[in-house]
Design a protein around this ligand. Sequence first.
Ligand SMILES: [Zn+2]
Length: 200
Amino acid sequence: MKELLDDEFERAYKHGMKSAISEKDMKKAMPEDSMQISFTQEDREAINQLKRSGTLEDAYNRMTKEMLETFNETLQDAILEGVTVEEATRSLAQKVGLRVAEMSRIARTEMINATNEGRISAYEQRAKIRGKENRYTLVVAGGARTCDAHRELASRIPASGLPLQELKDLQMQIGASHGMTLSGNVLLHPNQRTVIMRIP
Ligand SMILES: [Zn+2]
């Protein structure tokens, strides 16, 4: 399980790098022969950092334990309350299903996070070559499920974007005012779909 997750982090990160350099204005900004991005020591460290954060692994371990407990409890209830095997099975499937859904939500968020870190890496490598600081914006997935903090965030990033550190500070500030503790460059919470974009 651990190895499987580690591979996914790396894949998501590299996908992020690729998606960033394949953007039209990124291509335009750079001569063709420098389009090859390099996978640096910093990238390796960033991926290790993502792995070490352990959110996904913790969730997996917790859930495995909880599922076992749920299984035992359901069996006990079935014996004590004399419910049918069908009823017990249905109840168990429902409880396990909820855990799996929660796990998927966490996994999705972690992978979006890794993709975003990869995107930033490619953007920043380009900025170094160009000798000009990037300005960023966040594309926050819209819809009824977008929380108040991300709604506010989306409305407070200027159209011309912000330097990476200022964008991070703004997120910290808004996150705190909504009672959220967020981490990473694109500060995500479970089920948050946000992509970082460079303003050309
Ligand atoms: Zn949110």
